[in-house]
Design a protein around this ligand. Structure first.
Ligand code: ATP
Length: 202
């Protein structure tokens, strides 16, 4: 899955609309301390459905919205768009009719996050699954945070296994299995209720 563009608007230090073209091959981001290099990686993780504020170095998810400076007022929303090359048709069926995919996540103060895939409203789960099935996503081992290498070395075997499963692209299957198990349990409960009703009628 090739990322071709990253657009940021009001996301952390990127208060003005910023459009980054990601070309095939290796991309390096260089700049002085505090210029926003890690914020770019966080924007990628965020648009792919990251839902832990701590992974965004914040206390709440709204902390990703530009907080203002002495010269500029705070913004009310933040938006990140990730454009993907979809010529290999990696998207879920409902969104899979275009050669490029625009995944948009927008957060508005007091109104939470909303997602769109090519202009159509989508759920966080749709976006997370799309990336999980393509062996990438907010928790992808391809995105390495500062300090993550030492975390990995000290990780327990279970946590290391999760990383291998992400890399193998099977974490989406686990999510689906979990959802199927929940549905199964709900059905079993309904069946028990029905058999109680039948017993009462008999
Ligand atoms: P280093 O090389 O030191 O790791 P970096 O280039 O990775 O730095 P970042 O950590 O991405 O830099 O950016 C930090 C900057 O982003 C800080 O100046 C911080 O004030 C700013 N910043 C973070 N969140 C917000 C926000 N919500 N609103 C405005 N600015 C923010």
């Amino acid at each position: 899955m090739q990322f071709t563009r990253l657009r940021l608007n009001g996301f952390k230090s990127f208060v003005d609309p910023t459009d980054l073209v990601i070309q095939a091959g290796l991309t390096g981001v260089v700049g002085p301390n505090g210029c926003g290099k890690s914020n770019l990686l966080e924007a990628l993780r965020w648009v792919m459905g990251e839902n832990r504020p701590t992974a965004m170095r914040g206390a709440g998810m709204e902390d990703v919205i530009f907080a203002g400076t002495d010269q500029r007022p705070a913004r009310h929303f933040a938006e990140v768009t990730l454009q993907l090359d979809n010529r290999e048709r990696v998207a879920p069926a409902a969104f899979n009719d275009a050669d490029t995919l625009d995944i948009v996540r927008r957060i508005t103060r007091d109104a939470g996050s909303a997602y769109k895939i090519n202009g159509k409203e989508a759920r966080a789960r749709d976006v997370q699954m799309l990336f999980a099935d393509a062996s990438t996503g907010a928790h992808s081992p391809a995105l390495v945070r500062q300090g993550q290498i030492s975390e990995l070395i000290n990780a327990k075997p279970k946590a290391r296994r999760r990383i291998l499963e992400e890399a193998a692209g099977i974490s989406g299957l686990y999510q689906r299995r979990h959802e199927a198990e929940l549905r199964l349990r709900a059905t079993e409960t309904n069946l028990e209720r029905i058999s109680d009703v039948i017993d009462q009628l008999a």
